[in-house]
Design a protein around this ligand. Structure first.
Ligand code: HEM
Length: 367
């Protein structure tokens, strides 16, 4: 009886001790410790926890997903672009540059060479049908020829060094080896950077000198409908100073050249120009729905792709022009060489212009 009374008296102490023991076990448990550091948040049903707490760590997948998707954060250093840890568009840019631009560009180069070779085989050199007259007429004066050759010589170096940047490591590197290839490519890059300005000067000069002669008119449709007489011997549609084919070359050079120049400047002075956002905004006004909030990095990537694509197209066009202005047509090169063309050449290819400048006199001033 006395023993049971004594046990009853100790019951509160036993209960208290048990509670303390359970509490100590719970507090010491790692699961509890983890839970209290990472309380469940309102944003996510699991509060960012790995389901089941298997590893006992927080899953930062939301954070890293945002980083992967290019979320822009804030940084305290001057370069605000450092706030974007992963710039996913870089993958797209590289895929485009090393994929379609490189591949279709190569096809364009090969294509134009094949077309010219076929044209040469089927049509041969376009001769002066009446034969050289022996008298000449001035076609381009010294300023015009200087403008042409500043544009042409700089363009040729720009084209070759640019093609080296795109294809050199596939074509030249295996042949030349890394030392020679890297020396050539470094020199080529400097040439490319500086000659860009000569090209721009030439471009402005030929625009000012020749734009008045390159306004399209009804005669151009007739010239085009007759294929410029290029495919049939003895056929010569009438033309003034420039025929429709030359007008197309002129506008391709001016518009393509201006576009290459602007995108080239954006590449030469990184992160200084944002041409694409503004261009896309203008295009959206006429029905397009292009993104206008572009980061400076995206601007650079678009500039590079555009610069490459337009250059490849213009190179293909100019290869055709070089052919017809040299081996492809008898008497054509003289126009840009000495500036004097044979009178019969002038009558056959530019009858209206020849009549105006007096196709029967020698050395008339160019109009
Ligand atoms: C070795 C290279 C080149 C040669 C042999 C050449 C030859 C010629 C010739 C002979 C003409 C005058 C055609 C005529 O009398 O009607 C001409 C005009 C012209 N060239 Fe070139 N050229 C060359 C490179 C270039 C380049 C690289 C460009 C531009 C990037 C260019 C742009 C023009 C333009 C816009 C005209 C006036 C339009 C036309 O005649 O087609 N040329 N070229």
């Amino acid at each position: 009886m006395r023993a049971s009374v004594a046990r009853a008296e100790r019951l509160p102490q036993i209960v208290l001790l048990s509670i303390l023991l359970v509490a100590a076990v719970i507090l010491a448990s790692p699961a509890w410790a983890q839970e209290s550091r990472n309380p469940v948040t309102a944003e996510s049903p699991t509060g960012g926890q790995v389901p089941g707490n298997v590893l006992g760590s927080q899953a930062d997948s939301d954070l890293w997903r945002a980083v992967r998707e290019g979320v822009q954060g804030r940084v305290s250093i001057p370069d605000t672009q450092a706030g974007q840890l992963i710039q996913s568009e870089g993958d797209n840019w590289r895929a485009w540059r090393n994929g379609p631009v490189t591949v279709y560009g190569a096809w364009a180069m090969l294509g134009i060479v094949i077309v010219i070779a076929l044209f040469f085989v089927l049509r041969g050199r376009i001769r002066i049908d009446a034969g050289p007259a022996g008298t000449t007429v001035e076609r381009f004066n010294l300023i015009e020829r200087t403008a042409h050759w500043i544009t042409a010589s700089s363009f040729i170096v720009l084209a070759l060094t640019g093609l080296n940047m795109l294809y050199g490591r596939h074509v030249l590197l295996p042949i030349l080896g890394p030392e020679i290839f890297s020396a050539i490519t470094t020199a080529g890059k400097y040439a490319h950077n500086f000659l860009a300005f000569a090209f721009m000067v030439g471009l402005v000069m030929i625009f000012v000198l020749w734009v008045a002669h390159n306004i399209p008119n009804r005669l151009d449709l007739k010239w085009l409908a007759m294929g410029g007489g290029l495919f049939v011997k003895g056929v010569h549609p009438p033309a003034a100073k420039f025929n429709a084919g030359q007008k197309l070359i002129f506008w391709a050079t001016i518009l393509g050249g201006a576009s290459i120049s602007l995108s080239g400047l954006a590449l030469l002075f990184p992160f200084e120009f944002a041409f694409f956002g503004a261009t896309f905004e203008a295009l959206n006004a006429i029905g397009f729905s292009l993104p206008t909030q572009l980061t400076m990095m995206q601007e650079m990537q678009l500039s590079q792709l555009w610069h490459g694509i337009v250059s490849l197209i213009l190179i293909a066009i100019i290869v055709g022009h070089i052919y017809i202005g040299s081996v492809g047509m008898e008497g054509a090169f003289d126009a840009m060489g000495s500036g004097q063309v044979d009178t019969n050449w002038a009558r056959e290819h530019h009858s209206i212009w020849a009549a105006k400048v007096g196709g029967n006199a020698s050395s008339q001033a160019a109009e």
